[in-house]
Design a protein around this ligand. Structure first.
Ligand code: BT5
Length: 255
């Protein structure tokens, strides 16, 4: 076994980004379903070159999914979000985690976690690295959006309820892998229904977004079959794709 593969399915002390490490592991032959997690992440990445604030004690995890390229690839980030939301709700029913399209994890209207999926495909080898960052013990402050952590959300002034990365890591890995196999066997139809159950941007929510430097507002109609957000803007139906836009709900419209 190549020495880099010795790190598979384990929690290591530190690395720059678990997604970069997982990509190396996949290139060295790591099988479907293997994962890597880290206690200290030096250069956590978000989507579109954004930064992921990685405070020690929180969860930083990347999984390797070997799924043949197909239309289900576009659903992998959303399937992961469904799995995480449902797993956390099962862990503690007070954790009513919502998914803000496309795959932000929200708790009480604040960002709890995020998912970064990166696909690599060649004729002989294709895989997706699924990166999950979840604030367990502490959320970063001073960002351009409100943030929270599992521990801060569940704790009150008089009692601290600590949720550690170590106790939720394996339930999350299992939940994500189960949901991925369901995606492969049944397609995105069944997942769409589960996604909608946890969606923060429900039908009728007013949102704003920027495309090509232009500011837009519209009303959410739902999620399309490829995972795109369907929005009505001045009577015209627009399709928003996760790679292109960052959407924000208009505050008055959240339910
Ligand atoms: C995401 O990006 O939400 C995906 C984040 C994925 C991070 C994981 S950690 C393990 C793996 N290894 C990596 O290198 N990455 C993955 P995006 O939708 O672009 O959101 C980024 C935005 O979220 C930032 O611009 C901030 O506004 C906010 N943010 C940054 N750090 C945060 C945190 N710890 N908690 C809540 N919000 C945060």
């Amino acid at each position: 076994m190549s020495s880099v593969l010795a790190q598979l399915n384990s929690v290591i002390d530190e690395c720059e980004s678990t997604n970069d490490l997982a990509k190396k592991l996949a290139e060295a032959g790591a099988p479907h379903g293997s994962w890597i997690s880290v206690r200290r992440q030096g250069m956590g990445r978000g989507r579109l070159g954004r930064k992921w604030e990685s405070i020690e004690g929180n969860l930083f995890l990347s999984l390797i999914a070997r799924i043949a390229p197909s239309e289900s690839w576009s659903w992998v980030p959303m399937a992961t979000a469904v799995a995480v939301a449902e797993c956390l709700r099962e862990f503690n029913p007070k954790l009513e985690v919502q998914i803000k399209w496309p795959n932000d994890l929200w708790l009480g209207g604040s960002k709890l976690g995020g998912i970064l999926c990166e696909a690599t495909g060649t004729r002989s080898d294709s895989f997706i690295v699924i990166g999950l960052g979840l604030n367990c013990v502490r959320a970063p402050g001073g960002l351009d959006q409100a943030t929270t952590s599992l521990t801060e959300f569940l704790s009150s002034k008089s009692s601290r309820v600590e949720v550690t990365a170590d106790e939720i890591r394996m339930p999350l890995v299992s939940a994500i892998l189960e949901t991925l196999s369901e995606l492969q066997s049944k397609g995105s139809g069944a997942l769409l229904e589960r996604y909608n159950r946890h969606a923060a941007l429900k039908q009728g929510t007013s949102i704003e977004w920027i495309t090509d430097g232009q500011f837009h507002t519209g009303i959410v109609e739902g999620v399309g079959i490829s995972g795109e957000l369907l929005v009505r803007e001045n009577g015209v139906l627009a399709k928003l794709y996760a790679e292109d836009v960052k959407v924000r709900p208009l505050k008055s419209s959240l339910k």
